[in-house]
Design a protein around this ligand. Sequence first.
Ligand code: PLP
Length: 393
Amino acid sequence: MAKRFDWIRKEIKELKSSGFYNKIRRLSSPQGAWLVVDSRKVLNFCSNNYLGLANHPRMIRAAKEAMDQYGVGPAAVRTIAGTMDIHLELEQRVAAFKNVQAAISFQSGFAANMGTIPALAGKEDAIFSDELNHASIIDGCRLSDARIVRYSHCNPTQLEQVIKENEGTYRRGLIVTDGVFSMDGDVAPLDKIYKIAEANDILLMVDDAHGEGVLGKGGRGIVDHFNLHGKVDIEVGTFSKAFGVVGGIVAGNANVVEWLSQRGRPFLFSSAVTPQDVAACIAAIDILEESTELVDRLWDNANYFKKEMSKLGFDTGKSQTPITPVMLGEAPLAQQFSRDLFEAGIFATSIGFPTVPKGKARIRVMISAAHNKEDLNKGLGAFMNVGKSLGVI
Ligand SMILES: *Cc1c(COP(=O)(O)O)cnc(C)c1O
């Protein structure tokens, strides 16, 4: 065996022996409350399919029609020959849905962050970043070459302090925060952060990947939740979670959006998203604009599940959203818990380091509008049984 792979084999062996190796399961069904996973029918508690849209008949129909009209691929980047009518339509629809000046789409939320941050901050600039921001924000910040100044999690007072401390030492500033933090489900105090950005005339960017379709009126997101329309300069979103499709979006100030069409590198150097993805996203906006039914059901389900879990004695952290972390501590325990749940027909993956800090391993339950009461009760029963057998409750 070639020596040059030795280090990889050694690292993987270590991951396995320390319980940090991630065993990736295989799905053989569409997303929904129930899935076929590793050839077993199980109740699903770990997708980001908040509204159950990933397999929605109307969206499937829209995607098929788009393929008939536009084919399966754009065959170009947006800036050369890849901008189709429907890309522009989606961007206009998102801007209207969110009640902001403009929007521009990317291939994913990850690509949106990787494209946006380096376009807005460079070598002489400073980025003020929440210490628990998503990996794609961290990577975007690194790529920008700007000075990264981390502030403590969801702490506006400390943010203000680090901005003061760094005053006069940088050319331009950018504040960036997750809207909903994906591992804990807590919400950034965007109203307070906005005031600080405004007072210091610093650009403000929020990544609302887990707030899109969840927070705000009818799922219009965190900016709507805090009623900050026109005040948050950059709102990054994803179509890959509540919208049930795939793709990224940057909505907000028209100057920023126009600049990203010229300097957002994934927009310039990576092909546009497919017509069927775009059409499905537009259909999702139709569904959300017509009724708040799915968003309301999501919140009813989440509130019920969280209430019952704490009654059972589980620590579900400080979540303010349908993300329900079940805190377990060490990674091997979380993995055992997840395996036992799977044996009981419940699919809920464990999450450990490096996605969350060491010692903070958990099972992250994702509640969806696709669940009915019976599903939720079945899940609660399984959590109770496994929790008792492993001595967690
Ligand atoms: C999931 C997530 C992303 C990535 O979105 P994709 O569209 O899946 O690439 C970005 N930021 C945050 C906060 C996320 O939770």
